[in-house]
Design a protein around this ligand. Structure first.
Ligand SMILES: NC(=O)c1ccc[n+]([C@@H]2O[C@H](COP(=O)([O-])OP(=O)(O)OC[C@H]3O[C@@H](n4cnc5c(N)ncnc54)[C@H](OP(=O)(O)O)[C@@H]3O)[C@@H](O)[C@H]2O)c1
Length: 292
């Protein structure tokens, strides 16, 4: 166990989206950051180094490399990689478990896990239950730990959930009934909230915070994009069968059931007052209507 820390915050996943946002927020607050990366020579790792981030080469299947990279840090932020199959879910659990065990070995004073909304319980969604099990491991580890449980990323509206432009209308299609409100958060705010918790400028009541910046039904999401584009908007609910994987079908089924789980946006804003709602995210990202 390390008795003393050097004030550095370690980040696993720093070359990715959530970890990258944690790094951005930590650097904005002038914290010292160490990124745990697979390949320090990669362009993304080198871009971090150019911003003053220390690089530590790790392998998730090499516990000694992980524990060494966590030596003397003041805090540790980690996420687990996306899983699109049951094999990848197993790999996700292995990586998360290895990271928790390494944090124990290194005696990390505060660990923040980028988990997922609802991971306080089993939901039957394989790539959410994986995070539930990692949370359980973390809770049972004796470490001081905080779970930041992200709802759907608003950034999905720039990629896999992007609205289209059809005959002068903004059209949004999702496999979600039109009366179900989707909980969502921007990746920027996940990073800001994790950083505030790691730097001790905020606390999560009960050691966990469900990250929701907005909660809107499909028609209201479409309307938000339409308002920005100055165009009429339409929502179309699709069947779950349009989704390519069993995992995603389970997840969207769970989104529809999760309406009974209330979200507390006030708790999120108490940590990060500038947390974006969808309209704010649309403005902040400079989203413009697609051309076709
Ligand atoms: N999409 C959503 O709406 C949503 C909502 C809530 C939660 N989530 C969860 O968010 C997670 C994905 O987060 P993200 O989008 O930030 O991921 P991402 O951008 O794909 O980044 C993945 C990071 O993990 C690293 N990595 C991957 N496999 C690794 C391994 N075997 N060993 C070491 N490092 C490894 C990558 O590093 P390299 O540079 O080495 O590749 C990269 O830094 C998933 O668990 C997903 O379930 C997603």
């Amino acid at each position: 166990m390390s008795a003393q820390t050097n004030g550095t915050i370690a980040v696993f996943g720093a070359t990715g989206r959530q970890g990258g946002a944690v790094v951005d927020a930590l650097l904005d607050r002038e914290a010292r950051v160490r990124a745990l990366v697979r390949d320090p020579r990669s362009d993304r790792a080198q871009a971090l180094a150019a911003r003053g981030v220390e690089l530590a080469a790790v392998r998730a299947d090499d516990p000694a490399s992980l524990a060494a990279a966590l030596t003397a840090v003041a805090g540790f932020s980690f996420m687990t990689p996306e899983a699109n199959s049951l094999e990848e879910v197993e790999a996700e659990i292995r990586i998360g478990t290895a990271l928790v065990d390494a944090a124990v070995e290194a005696g990390v004073p505060h660990t923040v896990f980028n988990s997922v909304f609802g991971a306080d319980r089993e939901t039957g969604v394989p790539h959410h239950d994986s995070k539930h099990w990692i949370e359980e491991r973390l809770r049972g580890s004796g470490l001081r730990a905080t779970m930041v449980r992200a709802s759907a990323f608003m950034e999905n509206f720039a990629t896999v959930m992007a609205p289209t432009l059809e005959q002068g209308r903004i059209v949004l299609r999702l496999p979600l009934p039109e009366d179900v409100a989707l909980k969502m958060i921007s990746i920027r705010d996940i990073g800001r909230i994790a950083a505030a918790l790691l730097l001790g400028t905020a606390e999560a009541p009960g050691g966990a915070v469900e990250l929701v910046g907005d909660e809107l039904t499909g028609p209201r999401i479409a309307a938000a994009f339409g308002a920005r584009a100055g165009l009429p908007a339409r929502y179309e609910a699709l069947p779950l069968s349009v989704l390519p994987s069993d995992l995603d079908r389970a997840m969207f089924r769970q989104f529809a059931e999760a309406t009974e789980n209330p979200s507390d946006i006030a708790v999120v804003r108490a940590i990060e007052p500038a947390t974006l709602d969808l309209a704010g995210w649309i403005r902040a990202t400079g989203w413009t209507a697609p051309t076709t």
